[in-house]
Design a protein around this ligand. Structure first.
Ligand SMILES: [Zn+2]
Length: 280
């Protein structure tokens, strides 16, 4: 990826992450692949809301600094882990969005079948067990989910998303937090009306017809019963592929203003509603 474009995307995603309140103080980190030897990352110890081009740091796939006047993110190890495990991921966003993180603190994964566009674009968002931030222990609990999902809650910590590019990973973070807010309100109002197995199967058919793939089962359709299980084994071959939800093969690449994903979500919602009408 072009270095200047990559820098601009990371700065824009950092600005949005901070403005949306997904991070406080100097929290959070964002990175993307530049090529097979280098990763561009946010620096440690700085607010992600006000970064400048010269603040970003280039590291190699061992996390060693290649260039930049600042030091790389303290969570670069988790980013490197995700790039190793998911060759299809080109960007990682880590933040502490308060509602989704609240679910992670409460031990409630975002796996219920509630919103069609979430089922189609993310499937579900499982919780990876706790690991000390900044160390290698944070990555290992993600391993069991990494092949099947693109968004992970981190127990008592925050959330991480991966994507085909920086804005794609950022929009997954936005979708996750939006979903968490809606689910929280529904729970406050007295209950969550889950989509049932047939309705979910219909969404999966639509997803397939749209050329998108994702984990099966995509979400939990029975109250209190988890259909979501980690992948039995990891053979290094990516099996998922909610990534394609953010960038279908025939879609134009995300521009510097990152407008592709919101349009896509609108389009998915419109087509889902159309298909559901046909089925009913
Ligand atoms: Zn964090």
């Amino acid at each position: 990826m072009n270095l200047h474009e990559a820098k601009r995307d990371i700065i824009e995603a950092g600005r949005r992450v901070y403005q949306q309140g997904y991070v406080a103080s100097n929290d959070g980190n964002i990175s993307c692949r530049l090529d097979e030897d280098r990763i561009l990352t946010t620096p440690t110890g700085m607010s992600k809301g006000f970064l400048e081009l010269s603040d970003l740091v280039i590291v190699d796939y061992d996390g060693k600094k290649v260039s930049g006047s600042r030091n790389p993110s303290s969570e670069i190890g988790m980013h490197l882990f995700l790039y190793r495990e998911r060759p299809d991921a080109n960007a990682v966003v880590h933040a502490h969005p308060p509602t989704a993180t609240g679910f992670a603190v409460a031990g409630i994964p975002l796996t219920e079948c509630v919103l069609p566009e979430v089922i189609i674009t993310l499937g579900a968002i499982p919780i990876a067990g706790y690991g000390t931030p900044g160390g290698p222990e944070i990555s290992e609990p993600i391993r069991k989910w990494v092949q099947d999902y693109d968004a992970y809650l981190l127990e008592n910590h925050g959330a991480t998303t991966i994507g085909t590019d920086v804005m794609n990973a950022y929009y997954k973070m936005e979708t996750m937090e939006h979903f968490a807010k809606i689910l929280f309100v529904a729970k406050q109002l007295g209950g969550v009306n889950l989509l049932d197995e047939r309705q979910v199967a219909d969404l999966i058919k639509i997803r397939e017809r749209m050329g998108l793939r994702g984990p099966q089962p995509a979400c939990d359709w029975t109250p209190g019963v988890s259909q979501i299980q980690p992948a039995a084994s990891s053979n290094g071959i990516p099996t998922l592929k909610t990534k394609s939800a953010g960038a279908p093969a025939n879609a134009a690449p995300s521009g510097q203003n990152g407008n592709v994903q919101p349009d896509l979500v609108d389009e998915i919602t419109r087509r889902v509603m159309q298909e559901l009408k046909k089925l009913s």
